[in-house]
Design a protein around this ligand. Structure first.
Ligand code: UN1
Length: 490
């Protein structure tokens, strides 16, 4: 069901979509296949609710968000299992997905009593000045399938605490997670119309949201193609587009690294979530002195990974048939480019039907190859070689993306140089490229994003979902001219 103006309703057309489990093809749930007409009512509901919600004191908004976060936490087990069933990631990660939203909920609820602006001193007597945050209005929230609870959590808790109202479109692949996420807000007593859910496809619901005149901003996480199209549409309509797109993240392993630790990190970063994270470590750049040792250990670990249904295995399926096809093609591309396939490379049936693909490692990958440049979004890791720190950093930086990067080294000076020179929104030292926490901003540079960040902290989602208004108040009762009547310069 859609959730519009506080009620659960079908699509106006009555059409539906099935959501299936990528591990076995079972139907997980059936949701409305909505269209423009449904988006219209949802936007109208959000517009109507905006006046009251924006004037609701932020701490009161925070109390409701706190309740929603508590409800998500109470339902963590069942929601985590739902994530695994609908999206395919292994259960520990399904639970982590929910936990990330819970963390964000608690954090943003607290922002209700903080959300600070600035106060400072005027150059003139009897005058004060401050900056305050205010909401933008109605946002369209378009989320991906790979973190079907966490990413809606990042966006929705932040947008709501700022006083915006929302129309939320979850991915076509994970709409049931979207329904259950929304239910937590309903059960927490969020006033009607503040959060509206419209399920359906990107071309039918997403496009209608982006071009809707009643929508003041779009927050999107997903592919580069779609993100760039959203930026272009929003640009023409003069509304903000907060887009979070692809990555081609690398781990740099130096000659002085703890190689075993780096292998653990590369396995987790490369094959966690079956490589379907925008932060996945799809490249590993190895200092030539440890290349052999790392490669042997890495391959051994990759081969031993247990593939299967995420409820019991170590690596789950890919999301759908198109993804399986794409990953298969990239393996072919890598072979043709002259990279050496060290393990994996094939779809497998796993333990049933389902979109399983073997953990795959390519060696002898050159920085310019397509498999080292393009986002595959699957369990495929490319190993590259470098001769020193400088060359390693250049290889890591040598892609169009800039989301996450990592260095393993025991040399404090190398870590400092890497921290300064790596061109990405996130830099990890002696840790993998994945594992961000909710209280610092999340987001990338270059083709990954244009600077609107997710999650918390200075420069995080509060800056995306609120705008700053500056207020000057003169209580002198006479005309005072800044710069002209200022004592010091007269
Ligand atoms: C994503 O890959 O789309 O750091 C988000 C991480 C997670 C979030 C990833 N906390 O990998």
């Amino acid at each position: 069901m859609n959730y519009i103006n506080g009620s659960w309703v079908p699509a106006k057309s009555g059409e539906t979509l099935d959501s299936t489990n990528p591990a076995n093809g079972n139907v997980v749930g059936t949701v409305p296949r909505s269209g423009k007409a449904d988006v219209d009512v949802a936007v109208q509901a959000a517009r109507q609710a905006f006046e009251r919600w924006r004037l609701t004191p932020a701490p009161v908004r925070g109390n409701i968000l706190l309740k929603a976060a508590r409800i998500l936490e109470e339902r963590k087990q069942s929601l985590g299992e739902l994530v695994t069933k609908e999206m395919g990631k292994v259960i520990a990660e399904g639970l982590g997905d929910v936990q990330e939203a819970v963390d964000m909920g608690y954090y943003m609820a607290g922002e209700g009593r903080r959300m600070s602006g600035q106060t400072t001193h005027s150059e003139l007597p009897d005058k004060d000045m401050k900056s305050i945050r205010e909401p933008l209005g109605v946002w369209g929230i378009i989320t991906p399938w790979n973190f079907p609870i966490a990413i809606p959590g990042w966006k929705i808790f932040a947008a709501l605490i700022c006083g915006n109202t929302l129309v939320y479109k979850p991915s076509r692949e994970t709409p049931v997670c979207g329904v259950e996420f929304t239910r937590a807000f309903h059960d927490a007593g969020l006033p009607k119309g503040v959060l509206n859910l419209v399920t359906g496809t990107g071309s039918e619901v997403g496009d209608a949201l982006v071009s809707h005149p009643g929508i003041d901003g779009i927050s999107f996480t997903g592919s580069c193609d779609v993100g760039l199209a959203i930026e272009a549409s929003c640009g023409k309509l003069h509304k903000p587009a907060a887009t979070e797109m692809g990555g081609k993240n690398a781990i740099l392993v130096m000659d002085d690294a703890d190689v075993d630790l780096a292998v653990h990190g590369a396995i987790w970063g490369g094959f966690g979530t079956t490589g379907q994270r925008c932060t996945a470590a799809s490249r590993v750049v190895l200092h030539r002195a440890i290349r052999k040792e790392f490669t042997q250990k890495f391959i051994r670990r990759a081969r031993a990974l247990k593939l299967g249904d995420g409820l019991s295995a170590e690596v789950g399926p890919l999301i759908n048939a198109a993804s399986l096809e794409k990953v298969t093609q990239y393996v072919e591309i890598g072979r043709k480019e002259g990279a050496r396939l060290l393990c994996g490379g094939k779809p497998t049936k796993g333990r049933g039907r389902g979109f399983f693909f073997e953990p795959t490692v390519f060696d002898k990958v050159k920085p310019g190859m397509r498999i080292a440049q393009e986002e595959i979004f699957g369990p495929v890791v490319s190993l590259l070689e470098c001769k020193d720190l400088k060359e390693g950093i250049a290889i890591v930086n040598g892609t169009q993306f800039g989301l996450s990067s990592a260095i393993y080294t025991r040399n404090v000076n190398s870590s400092a140089v890497a921290e300064r020179e790596l061109q990405s929104g996130l830099v990890y030292i002696n840790a993998s490229t994945i594992g961000s926490e909710v209280h610092l901003p999340f987001g990338g540079i270059k083709s990954t994003g244009i600077g609107h960040k997710e999650a918390g902290g200075l420069g995080g989602a509060l800056d995306t979902f609120s705008r700053v208004k500056v207020v000057y108040r003169d209580f002198s009762g006479r005309l005072q001219r800044a710069q002209l009547d200022t004592e010091a310069v007269r």
